[in-house]
Ligand binder design. Structure first.
Ligand code: SAM
Length: 291
């Protein structure tokens, strides 16, 4: 059975009386080339643990399972569970969990699966065609929880991928770009037109792979202050750094001026021109001032 075929989705809907849920972001992928590309770029090995977010009817899950390794598929919709049990019944390396990914402790899953195919886990791969209504919360949860994964290969709305990839000075550059690039290196995998989904969403998609860094790109004295500066900086994009930073860690406008001067950043600059190294210098200078 070609799981990805639109006719299969129709058959499944008829057989199970299943109704696609718009509010759960259910846009199912029907293009084998894209499925293959996502799996290929996930680099799944025999001793890898794969966590899939939102398997739907299992198009990516089955292809991931073919690579070997162990797949844990986390699906929130209880109506999809009997369907997944049928579509994936031929694979003994797949476990289906009926859970909300945002309420799932991924490190617990990782700790519970130390051995895959008789050997210690080689890599932990997170994959998924994400439900678009919670793309950013899912990514930030994985990163902020310090999930012990190696890579995250995910499809998302093109605009969100553009923000994640953007460099300083670009229109799409913002707090999300800085945060994701702090934790990961970002790789473009594929552009995906909206026509390859059932039902068709309003927007095009992009697949990216985030390789979680083993070493951060900048040395921070205090990560929390770094993210406070980034958040404040981009909070009101039109404000200058001098204005938007006033109040961060209780700093007065005068102190902000001193901090910016000490690192050679013009107080009239705006956050969208500040690269990650400059935000790091800034955060470390703020730390020195308030410590
Ligand atoms: N992987 C399938 C595919 O590519 O055809 C389905 C992708 S669809 C865009 C998103 C999937 O995520 C749906 O199956 C949806 O039910 C599921 N989902 C939505 N919110 C979720 C959540 N909070 N936790 C886990 N799964 C969720």
């Amino acid at each position: 059975m070609k799981l990805y075929a639109p006719s299969t989705i129709r058959q499944i809907k008829d057989k199970y009386g299943f109704r696609l849920s718009k509010s759960l972001g259910q846009n199912f992928l029907t293009d084998k080339n894209i499925i293959d590309k996502i799996i290929e770029e996930s680099f799944i090995g025999e001793h890898d643990l794969v966590i899939e977010i939102g398997p739907g009817i299992g198009v990516l899950t089955s292809e991931a399972a073919e690579q070997g390794g162990k797949i844990i598929a986390v699906e929130i919709d209880k109506n999809l569970i009997p369907i997944l049990q049928e579509t994936l019944e031929g694979y003994d390396n797949v476990e289906i969990l009926n859970r909300d990914i945002l309420k799932t402790d991924l490190n617990e899953i990782i700790e519970q699966n130390p051995i895959i195919n008789g050997g210690p886990v080689n890599s932990v791969r997170i994959i998924g065609n994400l439900p678009y209504y919670i793309t950013t919360p899912i990514i930030m949860k994985i990163l902020e929880d310090g999930t012990k994964a190696d890579s995250i290969t995910i499809m998302m709305q093109k605009e969100v991928a553009d923000r994640i990839k953007a460099q300083a000075g670009k229109k799409a550059y913002g707090a999300l770009s800085v945060a994701v690039q702090y934790y990961c290196t970002v790789n473009h995998v594929a552009n995906v037109p909206k026509e390859v989904f059932v039902p068709q969403p309003k927007v095009d998609s992009t697949v990216i792979r985030l390789d979680i860094r083993t070493e951060k790109p900048v040395a921070l004295k205090d990560e929390k202050i770094f993210f406070q500066c980034v958040k404040a900086g981009f909070g009101q994009r039109r404000k200058t750094m001098s204005n938007s930073l006033t109040g961060v860690c209780g700093l007065s406008k005068e102190q902000v001026g001193q901090v910016l001067e000490s690192i050679g950043v013009d107080s009239q600059r705006r956050a969208e021109t500040m690269n990650i190294e400059e935000f790091a210098m800034l955060a470390n200078a703020v730390y020195d001032m308030v410590r």
